[in-house]
Ligand binder design. Structure first.
Ligand SMILES: *[C@@H]1O[C@H](CO)[C@@H](O)[C@H](O)[C@H]1NC(C)=O
Ligand SMILES: [Cu+2]
Length: 308
């Protein structure tokens, strides 16, 4: 069945409301800082485009009033959930078909509580793109109660930083401007650092709408995925790690081991059916194929949706 692009966009937009998500919480090592140092986005919608000002730290987020302390060379985690304040591990961190990379950047600033997101100079500290066939960084979030762990580079100077956490959901990214960025920034103070200034990029600026990792047909045939933006900065690593995640390769050393994501298949096995407006079929779809509400209707080869 052939549907117009406009209709498909409308269907996908309607389908994804319940599956949207926000990075909300922060961990310094194994210490839960909850939402104390987040510039919290107003809602769980994606940023409108990868070239808008909102791509830096989302659209008019609330001010952060505290700094989370992290040690240079130590671990930190950002945590994503679909709904405000809901940290339940039985709910997917980011739902349904919202597959894509997880990326973390940092930017040195004078005062993280007041720093301008669009003036900040960012370097990438971690990323997790395509892990293996049909397994993405977002599946790692869903296997880890929304958490994504990264290492704060040991050589960067002590002081205030913005941490920028991002998921780029790719379920409509085959269309120009179809990629859905979910971005939150956190305000942190790095202690015990060094004296290396990483090379930096700006947001907006680091991404373009036609980057291979932004305009990407997730339903096509591919064996690798190029995470957008610069290489991951590593102390003493010069050029950093390759941006392309090999399909069967190990992930960057900055990410925690991935438990085998079983979320999608277990969803299919354990739930009576997809909710209204959610996906219920399509090529390579592994989730529920029946609807708990509405009727599963084919939109196109790649997408069926529960409609009233
Ligand atoms: C950041 O950490 C340093 C080192 O512990 C400390 O001296 C400084 O006061 C902290 N800055 C803020 C703004 O908390
Ligand atoms: Cu969505």
């Amino acid at each position: 069945m052939k549907v117009s692009t406009t209709l498909l966009s409308a269907l996908v937009a309607a389908s994804s409301v319940a599956a949207h998500a926000t990075f909300q919480e922060f961990w310094s090592g194994s210490t839960d800082q909850a939402g104390t140092c987040v510039r919290k986005p107003q809602n769980n919608n994606p940023v409108s485009s990868v070239t808008s000002a909102d791509i830096a730290c989302n659209a008019n987020p609330s001010a952060s009033t505290a700094l989370c302390t992290v040690a240079a060379g130590g671990k930190a985690s950002v945590e994503m959930h679909q709904q405000p304040g809901d940290r339940s591990c039985s709910n997917e961190a980011i739902g349904g078909n919202h597959d894509g990379p997880v990326i973390v950047y940092m930017a040195k600033v004078d005062n993280a509580l007041t720093a301008s997101a669009t003036s900040a100079k960012w370097f990438k500290v971690a990323q997790l793109g395509l892990i293996s066939k049909d397994v993405w960084g977002t599946d790692s979030l869903n296997s880890n109660c929304g958490k994504f762990e990264f290492t704060v580079p040991s050589c960067i100077p002590s002081g205030n930083y913005l941490v920028r956490a991002e998921v780029i959901a790719l379920h409509v990214a085959g269309q120009l401007n179809g990629a859905q960025p979910y971005v939150s920034c956190f305000t942190v103070n790095v202690t015990g650092g060094g004296s290396t200034q990483p090379p930096t990029v700006s947001f907006p600026g680091a991404y373009s709408a036609t980057d291979p990792g932004i305009k990407f047909d997730i339903y096509g045939s591919y064996t690798s995925y190029t995470v957008p933006g610069p290489a991951v900065f590593t102390c003493g690593g010069g050029t950093g790690t390759p941006v392309t995640t090999p399909q069967q390769g190990t992930t960057t050393s900055t990410t925690k081991p991935i438990t085998t994501p079983t979320t999608t298949s277990s969803t299919a096995a354990n739930t009576p059916g997809a909710a209204l407006y959610q996906q219920c079929g399509g090529k390579d779809w592994k989730g529920a194929t029946t609807c708990s509400s509405g009727t599963c209707k084919v939109s196109n080869e790649f997408y069926s949706q529960c409609l009233p």
